[in-house]
Design a protein around this ligand. Structure first.
Ligand SMILES: Nc1ncnc2c1ncn2[C@@H]1O[C@H](COP(=O)(O)OP(=O)(O)O)[C@@H](O)[C@H]1O
Ligand SMILES: [Mg+2]
Length: 148
């Protein structure tokens, strides 16, 4: 599996548009594509899903089928990331549905790395959400912080 991350601090530079076009292009070429909308603006989800479906996925209260639902155990300090729901958009094209509420996760993410350096075990769990393909050595470090 190949993972391509699209990131730019600046808004309005075409990230969402490019991701949408590439996702459709690769799917139509026959590759299995999962587009993961990790932007708290959730624009990719808004363009790939119609309003009725978004209303179902973003009800008042919990959102178990969005990325926010998947990270909610971490946000609440109750455990690790839940299995992600992948919404079928088209043959070969799935979407990890974004969520405006993901902005609540940003403070945790930004403090996780320095907390890892302070050997806070819960910070390794948070860091693993954004780095799921860590090397075995780092994964081990996430499980068992060194005691020295
Ligand atoms: N290649 C392009 N040429 C012209 N306009 C573009 C291009 N890519 C994106 N846009 C337009 O620029 C605006 C911002 O694009 P968007 O993909 O939402 O940016 P971002 O996700 O980085 O905030 C949108 O109005 C979009 O239609
Ligand atoms: Mg965008």
């Amino acid at each position: 599996m190949r993972t391509i991350a699209f990131f730019n601090n600046k808004g309005g530079v075409g990230k969402t548009t490019l991701v949408q076009h590439l996702a459709w292009m690769y799917a139509e070429l026959g590759l299995s594509v999962v587009a993961a909308d990790l932007d708290p603006q959730a624009n990719l989800s808004a363009v790939l899903l119609d309003e009725d479906r978004l209303e179902c996925l973003w009800p008042d209260g919990d959102h178990p089928d969005s990325v926010l639902g998947a990270v909610s155990p971490i946000l609440r300090g109750l455990g690790d990331i839940r299995e992600l729901h992948v919404e079928e958009i088209a043959p070969n094209l799935g979407l990890v549905v974004g969520d405006l509420g993901l902005s609540a996760f940003e403070a945790k993410l930004s403090s996780a790395w320095p907390d890892c350096l302070s050997r806070d075990e819960s910070a390794f769990r948070i860091e693993s959400v954004v780095s799921p393909h860590r090397s075995p050595r780092r994964r081990q470090a996430g499980r068992r912080p060194r005691s020295d």
